[in-house]
Every structure is written in structure tokens, then in C-alpha cells.
Design a protein around this ligand. Structure first.
Ligand code: NAP
Ligand code: GLV
Length: 310
């Protein structure tokens, strides 16, 4: 029987264990602390595992990251270099991201920020009409989440573009790639949506140089990772009125410290890393199917390329 050790840093392992037992009763998935013979364990199912986890299971050869982003696991010195790492592709997160970005994009596109400012002044003023096709939404990262967002947003009639490493053929989406196409992509983008993985190449990509290429009045929405954003550069561009607003779901330090200046900024809306959460049923299904594919000597998708960093 395949034994898998389950570790979560932020919640009880119980709902995950129940879901594994429901969908894959033949798999022996157990809380990492309750496994009687740790030497036998080859598979880990983890979110932000500690050093103690790796000490307890010296014979691990495959790990499943219970989320989409693998930056934490790849930057964890305790993770042995020979271990294969699979990540969750979608796992119910794409639909949540679609809701999250739609909500905030419509907020700005329909001038809700301006109406919120007008209300306390008792101002009855209709903002000028703008066609959806003139509102350009640029998505940084057209992977599992970004590509589905690009498709979803088309129902609003927005002009949709995306930036990725490789060229994409997605209906209705203008694809930009590489460093040389970043500037033209940014120059036409009214709402910049970040869904990139955090890698050495993407760290700090939301900096002054790049965000100042956006047209005046643009907005930035970051649901990638906190380290994509240079916070002081964002605040400068907001305070100079180059940018109209920002929505931040992710932060370099989480939880965001109480004294952080972002909490008070009138043009910043924030959520506590809640734009999309790993959903038990689809994530367990993905992991179970990958384990089955490995057992059948097939090549499942979701294997992390350590050199690429995602
Ligand atoms: P993914 O499928 O790996 O997609 C990543 C995309 O980024 C791909 O299109 C990739 O290009 C592009 N990319 C990577 N490095 C690039 C570079 N240097 N230049 C240009 N494009 C680059 O990842 P995903 O599943 O969509 O998830 C994306 C990220 O969202 C995660 O890594 C995580 O940080 C974040 N996330 C956040 C939350 C949250 O709650 N806030 C939840 C889930 C995920 P190619 O297609 O050409 O490879
Ligand atoms: C959450 O941030 C994830 O990467 O799944």
C-alpha cells in the first residue's frame, strides 16, 4: 500500500485526510506525526513543510505541493534537491481567481472608487461612459490561472492581453512574451493583473520602471506573490496620481504587520491572501490521479521545473 505523509502549516490535516479517504480509500494518507514507520514513506503531501518533516522522512522521493505556487518550497533549504515536486494545477483556484479579478476590475471600470468618493460629498455626478472594449486588461502570467482568467474576462467585452515566457494562442487574447515585449504590453494596459509565479526573473517586476509604463490612471492588482511588488514604488506612483488604485492580496510579510503603511492608504484595497484557496475535492483528485499515473509509469503534468523556478 502507498503511504503518504500529510503536512499542513496553516490548518488541521483532518479535512484533507477525510477527502483522501473518500476519493482514494486504497491510498494510505496519514498525518505526518502519526505514521508508525517513517522510513517506508516515499510520498509527501505538503504545504510549507518544516525541517522536522524532512528529518522524519529520509526516504521521500516525491512531494505534492498543496497549492499552485512553489516559491516557498523551492526556497526552503531543508527540501532535498533530488525530490520530485508536483504542484496543484487549478485545484478550484481558477474559478475563484476569476471571481476575484472580475470584482475588482468592475469596481474600477464602472468608477465605483469615484462614486465612493462622491457619496460623502453628496455629489450627484455621472462619470463619463466608457466602452468595455476600450478598457485594456493585461495579465502577467498566462498559465493555469492567468489563461482561464483571460478567457473568463472576455464576457465583459474588455480588451484582453497577456504576458508570458512562451507565445500563447488563446482566442481573443493578444499574447506578449519576453523582456522585449513587456514595455509595449504595459503601455496599452489599463488594469495590470499579476498571476506570475515568484522566481528570480519575476521578483520585483512590479517596480517603478515597469509600472510607470502603464498609462496614467491605470490600476494594479497583485495576486501573485508579495515579492513581485516594490511597495515604495507603488506608493510613489499612487501619490503622484500616475496610478489610480491598487488591489493587493499578497505581501512580502504575511500577515501584514499592523504598523505597515499600506493599511492606511486610501487608494489601496487589500485582502489577506484570500483570492483563491486550494479546494479539498479538486486538489485531492489531482494528487490521487498523479499518484496513479506515477504507479502506471506515465508522465503526469504538474511536475515543477526547478531550473525554471515554477
Ligand atoms: P503557472 O501555470 O505555472 O503559470 C505561470 C505563468 O507565468 C506562465 O504563463 C508562465 O509562462 C509565466 N511566467 C513565468 N515566468 C515568467 C517570466 N520570467 N516571464 C514571463 N512569463 C513568465 O502558474 P499558475 O498555476 O497559473 O499560478 C501562478 C501563480 O499564482 C502561482 O505561482 C502563485 O504565486 C499565485 N497564486 C496565488 C494565489 C493566491 O491566493 N494569492 C493562489 C494561487 C496561485 P509560460 O506559460 O510561457 O511558462
Ligand atoms: C496560494 O497562494 C497558492 O500558491 O496556491
Amino acid at each position: 500500500m502507498t503511504t503518504c505523509a500529510l503536512f499542513t502549516s496553516y490548518e488541521s490535516t483532518e479535512p484533507w485526510l477525510l477527502e483522501f479517504n473518500r476519493q482514494f480509500p486504497h491510498l494510505n494518507v496519514q498525518d505526518w506525526q502519526h505514521i508508525a514507520d517513517p522510513q517506508q514513506v516515499k510520498y509527501g503531501i505538503v504545504w510549507k513543510p518544516t525541517e522536522a518533516f524532512f528529518k522524519r522522512f529520509p526516504n521521500l522521493n516525491t512531494m505534492f505541493n498543496m497549492g499552485a505556487g512553489v516559491d516557498a518550497i523551492l526556497n526552503n533549504p531543508a527540501v532535498p534537491k533530488h525530490i520530485d515536486i508536483y504542484r496543484i494545477e487549478d485545484g478550484g483556484m481558477a474559478a475563484q481567481m476569476n471571481q476575484y479579478f472580475s470584482y475588482f476590475l468592475l469596481h474600477y471600470f464602472r468608477d465605483m472608487d469615484l462614486y465612493q468618493q462622491q457619496q460623502p460629498q453628496k455629489q450627484w455626478r455621472v462619470q463619463p461612459f466608457r466602452s468595455a472594449s476600450s478598457f485594456s486588461v493585461g495579465i502577467l502570467g498566462l498559465g493555469q490561472l492567468g489563461a482561464q482568467l483571460a478567457q473568463h474576462l472576455q464576457s465583459f467585452g474588455f480588451d484582453i492581453t497577456g504576458w508570458s515566457r512562451s507565445k500563447k494562442q488563446l482566442d481573443g487574447v493578444t499574447s506578449y512574451t519576453g523582456a522585449e515585449e513587456l514595455k509595449p504590453f504595459l503601455k496599452r494596459t489599463d488594469a495590470l493583473c499579476c498571476l506570475l509565479p515568484l522566481t528570480p526573473d519575476t521578483q520585483g517586476i512590479l517596480n517603478h520602471q515597469n509600472m510607470s509604463q502603464l498609462p496614467k490612471g491605470a490600476v494594479v492588482i497583485n495576486a501573485g506573490r508579495g515579492k513581485h511588488l516594490v511597495v515604495d514604488d507603488l506608493l510613489k506612483l499612487l501619490d503622484e496620481n500616475h496610478l489610480r488604485g491598487a488591489v493587493l492580496d499578497v505581501f512580502e510579510q504575511e500577515p501584514l504587520p499592523a504598523e505597515h503603511k499600506l493599511w492606511q492608504h486610501p487608494k489601496v484595497m487589500m485582502t489577506p491572501h484570500s483570492s483563491a484557496q486550494s479546494e479539498y475535492a479538486p486538489c485531492v483528485k489531482k494528487i490521487g490521479n498523479i499518484l496513479q499515473a506515477i504507479a502506471d509509469s506515465k508522465t503526469p503534468s504538474g511536475l515543477v521545473d526547478r531550473n525554471r523556478g515554477y
